[in-house]
Design a protein around this ligand. Structure first.
Ligand code: PMP
Length: 434
């Protein structure tokens, strides 16, 4: 519309931010509620980007808005001082951990983004082990700070800034549909874990004793790739045996996104460090934290500080979000809607342009590839995204070649909205490949 166009043009003149989301989703936002956003021209869209996964209860959830507004009027910023809001938040977060972890995990608030918390996790593991190397995975995304970017295994995100952090080692992730050895999951003995194990046991490659292994359980920006359970189990076994802290980056998968509070619960492992941010406050107010095993508790006073760690609005809203998610059994909705996605998007598997439909809980991706030679169908993915937008659905692209159409709806999304969105997406793929 004309009003969007005007604001987009003004942004383009002044901000390099114009080159990210607005480039492919060219709308100026006016207001939003639940799963809906309205642009400045009055067009309404289903928002399955949901603030890149931060709006777990949808835009402007009334109870969270009221809680945050009350908090804003009494105490907004509290540095690292204890406050009732912070105490309630930390209690709520610990209460969501599996009982075996609850007693031995400590909390460090980081401020205020996911990348900050990834940096903190890496720094803590380096301090605790006295070692310097870090293992990460191809296709990983951990953020845009220098350290988090150094651990990011997506070339396009980091190409211009080489030599991010010495001692960073990348290993293959269990991305079976694009296995470099063309093995099928049925015949593979998780060779990617074997490769990691061999390298860690044979010090000649220089990765014998890293300070940490950092992994996502579902690569989000990397293209919605749930790790194979056997892969995760073996990475945990190897790291435990060799005394290497395992950091799980649950910035995107955490806070209920995959159907359990954290994704690691479904993989049956216990990490040493959990990184969380995005949906912690429920309404998009920034906050980030690490939860870590008490054995790693080695920071001296002041070793890791930050001005914006005492965001009381986020604490108050976040504690309330946990209460709502618990009381309204929102995780059951995540699992039910996830099954609905699996069912509805499953219809796309017969399309020759669809390489794979993948998801866990309410993280879904449709990977598009050219029939025959299997090259990433990036142009088709962009066309599908535009088609969906014109029909009222906001989705994002991701993956190594931007050939995965991604969705991160609010966790309390209804059956009707998922139904409508799936209809739009399925016909977008059908019409763009006809
Ligand atoms: N880790 C993961 C897994 C993420 O998906 C993201 C953000 N997409 C980050 C870290 C970085 O978080 P932030 O953008 O808040 O720094």
């Amino acid at each position: 519309g004309p009003r969007s166009a005007e604001l987009l043009a003004r942004q383009q003149q002044r901000e390099s931010n114009a080159r990210t989301y607005p480039r492919r989703i060219p709308i100026a936002l006016a207001e939003a509620s639940g799963p809906w956003v309205r642009d400045v021209d009055g067009n309404v869209f289903i928002d399955f980007l949901a603030g890149a996964g931060v709006l777990s209860l949808g835009h402007s959830h009334p109870a969270l808005v009221a809680t945050a507004a009350r908090q804003l009027g009494s105490l907004a910023h509290g540095l690292d001082f204890p406050t009732p809001a912070k105490d309630a938040f930390v209690e709520a977060q610990l209460s969501m951990l599996p009982p075996a972890l609850r007693d031995r995990m400590k909390v460090h608030m980081c401020g205020p983004t996911g990348a900050n918390a990834v940096d903190a996790a890496v720094k803590l593991c380096k301090t605790a082990t006295g070692r310097g190397d870090i293992v990460s995975f191809q296709g990983a995304f951990h953020g845009s700070s220098h350290a988090a970017m150094a651990l990011t295994g997506l070339v396009a995100q980091k190409q211009p800034v080489s030599n991010g952090m010495p001692g960073t080692h990348f290993f293959p992730y269990s991305y079976c549909s694009r296995c470099p050895l063309a093995l099928s999951p049925e015949t593979c003995e998780t060779n990617c874990a074997t490769l990691l194990e061999r390298s860690l046991r044979d010090g000649n490659g220089g990765v014998a004793a890293p300070a940490a292994v950092v992994m996502e359980l579902v690569q989000g920006e990397g293209g919605v790739i749930p790790a194979r359970p056997e892969f995760v189990t073996r990475v945990r076994e190897i790291t435990r045996e060799l005394g290497i802290p395992l950091v799980v980056d649950e910035v995107q998968t955490g806070c209920g996104r995959t159907g359990t509070w954290f994704a690691f619960e479904q993989y049956g492992i216990e990490p040493d460090v959990i990184v969380a941010s995005k949906a912690l406050s429920g309404i998009g107010t920034p906050v980030a934290m690490i939860l870590y095993d008490e054995r790693l508790d080695t920071w001296a006073p002041g070793a890791h500080t930050g001005t914006f760690r005492g965001n009381q609005l986020a604490f108050a809203a976040g504690a309330e979000a946990v209460r709502i998610i618990h009381d309204e059994d929102v995780l059951a909705n995540v699992r039910a809607r996830g099954a609905q996605f699996a069912d509805r998007l499953g219809a796309l598997r017969s399309c020759p342009w669809v390489r794979e439909v993948r998801g866990l809980g309410l993280m879904w991706g449709v990977e598009l590839a050219v029939p025959g030679d299997g090259r990433p169908a990036s142009a088709l993915a962009a066309a599908v995204q535009q088609h969906a937008l014109r029909h009222g659905l906001i989705v994002e692209l991701g993956g190594r070649d931007d050939c995965v159409v991604r969705m991160l709806p609010p966790l309390n999304v209804t059956e009707d909205v998922v139904d409508t969105a799936c209809t739009i997406l399925v016909s977008a793929v059908e019409e763009c490949t006809a």
